[in-house]
Design a protein around this ligand. Sequence first.
Ligand code: PHE
Length: 465
Amino acid sequence: MESNKKQWGSHFGFLMAAVGSAVGLGNLWGFPYKMGSHGGFAFLVIYLVLAVFVGYVIMMGELTIGRRSGKGAIGAYKEISEKYAIVGWMAYICPYLILSFYSMLGGWCLRYAVANIGNLFDASWGTAGQDSGTFFTNLYLSQSTSTIYTVIFIVLTALIVMGGVSGGIEKFSKYAMPALFFMLIIVIIRSVTLPGAVEGLKFMFKPDFSVFQGMGWLSVLASAGGQMFFSLSLGMGIMITYGAYLPKETSIEKSSLIIPACDTLIALMAGVAVMPAVFAFGMEPGGGPGLLFVTLQAVFAEMGAIGPVFGFILYFLVFIAAITSSISLLEVSTAVLTDRAEAKGQVADRKKITLINTAIVLVLGIFVSLDGLGTYFPQILGQPDWLDSFDLISEGILMPLGALITSLILGWGLGGDWLEEEIAQNGNKFSSKGFTVFCLRFIAPIGMVLILAGQINSFFGLGWF
Ligand code: PHE
């Protein structure tokens, strides 16, 4: 039965799915601004070093844990040792939490794509003459609109996941990712040919070593590390799950290089698409929701008659980036429940399992939307809104902690030979064995502790560095 087939159909398909998971909102609204405000080219160098010494080795570790066990996060850690099941549980919980707010943000992208089409016809369902700040405020304050788009996003995610690993996730990613790339190029061409665009390129690329003064370098390192780690979708069972569907002849080593390379390339391209336009229209650069939902929409409004066309392309592109990430999130819990059913000797019903997970995500996602970015519900965990509270538990604590423990298990517990047994099969070599083990033992744990500290520091505004 197609829906129970648990293997990628092709190496390209797997890569597109994994790159699709990695490329998301983080690449578009996180990377360009962080790079520009944290040292430009100097930030990029640090980011790349971290991606190689920490990202590459943890990615390889997760893919290996997954393929070796052929199971989802909990089962895969259990296979190593019963006592590590807790790490699997930590990874299993995160996707529910992340999906709850990621779906709302993805839904908003859809709303913006629709609004830009509306603007082409001066329709009432466009931005209807409101400035972009007002349009955004009205969107998140409207519990009904925000919830409807969140639900649409979750349902679309569920439909793709229901289609199966190769019939749904892979098939979608195989077309969506090249389409995203193509759309990004169109936006880049428009952006860099605007008068004054060069200021945006300077903002992103000009090396600024002053950010390293005093304790500054620690904050650059933590910011680059946090960005790298979230952007590569590590520490939450995604690469374990996607690794479980890999055939034995695929080179895990090469894939672990290609995925971060593509992710970084797209993050850089996103910066080149966005920052020159922001500067060309004399707007303040920024990051996060403000950049995506306020500044950029203002840019499209300024562009004249062609603005809504580029607006639609950009928001649709971000929507695709978000949905290929959200399907990877939903697949983590799908795999865990599938393992559970199979362990009981049942035939896992993918549709039923996806429906159960979707119901959980719907409840959480609707709560986050109804919160209206902290307008309607009481604060929890000292965060301004529920989005940040859920983000704190997952991205702030459980994910970096899980990745830290994983690097220790791999580096000190299992060791290079264990990894080699799985990686060097069917004629594949494990050429970076010495490097990988060294990094997993020393550099990745130190990096992950710093990233964890950086996350707690920024969520609670502690001003440590
Ligand atoms: N990597 C995605 C991004 O850059 C986000 C993500 C994180 C997706 C964790 C899934 C899991 O936005």
